[in-house]
Design a protein around this ligand. Structure first.
Ligand SMILES: [Zn+2]
Length: 277
C-alpha cells in the first residue's frame, strides 16, 4: 500500500522516496507511539543524513517549537506595547529612565522609603492594591519625583497597562480648557482620563495657592480614581501639617483610605549631595 501523500499526488512510493531523499526503511519501535516505519535520509533532500525516528515524536517536537515561538512572539508584542505605554506616560524627559536602581539613598530613612515603594510597586502590579494610594511629602531635591517615575515605569512594564504622570497645574489647565466653547473634551472627560490609567502620579501639588476651585479639582480627580479603586500617588513639597489645609481634608481622607500611606522625605537636602530630585 502506498503512503497517503503518494496516493494524493499519484506518485509511486519509490519516486516519492527519491524526491524526499529517502534511501532506506526499517521497522522502528517508539516507547510512546509503538510501531512505526523508520526512514533513512540520504542527506541529499532537505533532511540531514540519518534515520528520522518516530514521525509522531517529530511532529510533537515540531508543535512544541511552534508553541514556544508563538509564546515568544506574544511576549515581544507585550514588551513593545508596554514600552509604548511608557513613552506615552507623560514622565518628564529629565526623569525618563530613572529607575529604582539609579536612586541613591542618602540615609537610612531614604533607603527604607525606597524599599517600601518597591513593595508598593509589587502590590500595584499584582492588582491586589484595592486602590491603596501614596502621599510623598517633604523637601525638594530628595528624590520624590525620581521614585514616583521609577514606580510608574515599573508598574507599566510589569502590568502592560497604561499609567500617567500629571502635574497638578496640567490637571487644572486641562479642566479649564474643557470649558472652552470648541473643546472636544468635557470636564468629566478630563477626570475620566485621569481616572482610567492603572496608576496615576499627581506631582507638584501645593506649588499654587489653593483656591476652592483647585481644591475641587483635586477632590474630583482623586475621588474619580477612588471610586474605581485605582491607586494614586500624590507628590507635594508641603509638610504633612499643611497638606489637609491646602488640598482639603476630604482629598487627604480619600488618599488615606484603603490603607494609603504617607512617606515624608523630611531630611535636609544639603546632606543628599549627588541625589537627584
Ligand atoms: Zn514516538
Amino acid at each position: 500500500m502506498g503512503s497517503l501523500i503518494s496516493e494524493v499526488l499519484g506518485v509511486p512510493d519509490e519516486q516519492m522516496d527519491k524526491i524526499l531523499g529517502i534511501d532506506d526503511r526499517r521497522n522502528g519501535l517508539c516507547e510512546t507511539h509503538g510501531d512505526f516505519i523508520d526512514r533513512h535520509h540520504s542527506g541529499k533532500g532537505r533532511a540531514s543524513e540519518g534515520w528520522a525516528g518516530c514521525p509522531q515524536c517529530a511532529e510533537e517536537r515540531h508543535q512544541e517549537r511552534m508553541r514556544e515561538e508563538e509564546y515568544q512572539r506574544q511576549m515581544e508584542l507585550m514588551r513593545q506595547r508596554a514600552r509604548r505605554f511608557v513613552a506615552q506616560s507623560g514622565i518628564p524627559k529629565r526623569f525618563s529612565g530613572k529607575s529604582f536602581d539609579t536612586y541613591r539613598p542618602v540615609n537610612g530613612k531614604s533607603a527604607s522609603i525606597l524599599r517600601k515603594i518597591r513593595e508598593y510597586s509589587d502590590i500595584v502590579s499584582s492588582g491586589e492594591h484595592a486602590g491603596r494610594s501614596l502621599i510623598l511629602l517633604g523637601n525638594v531635591g530628595n528624590g520624590k519625583t525620581h521614585l514616583a517615575c521609577a514606580l510608574l515605569e515599573d508598574v507599566i512594564l510589569r502590568t502592560c497597562k497604561p499609567g500617567h504622570y500629571w502635574t497638578f497645574a496640567e490637571l487644572v489647565r486641562d479642566v479649564k480648557a474643557s470649558w472652552r466653547k470648541n473643546s472636544e473634551e468635557s470636564e468629566q472627560d478630563v477626570y475620566d482620563r485621569f481616572a482610567n490609567s492603572e496608576l496615576a502620579i499627581l506631582d507638584e501639588v501645593g506649588m499654587q495657592n489653593f483656591t476652592d476651585f483647585e481644591q475641587t479639582v483635586a477632590y474630583e480627580a482623586v475621588n474619580a480614581r477612588y471610586l474605581l479603586e485605582k491607586p494614586t500617588v500624590v507628590i507635594t513639597n508641603l509638610p504633612a501639617s499643611e497638606l489637609s489645609i491646602c488640598l482639603g481634608e476630604r482629598v487627604v481622607d480619600r488618599l488615606r483610605e484603603s490603607g494609603g500611606k504617607a512617606f515624608d522625605f523630611d531630611w535636609d537636602s544639603y546632606r543628599s549631595k549627588g541625589a537627584e530630585q
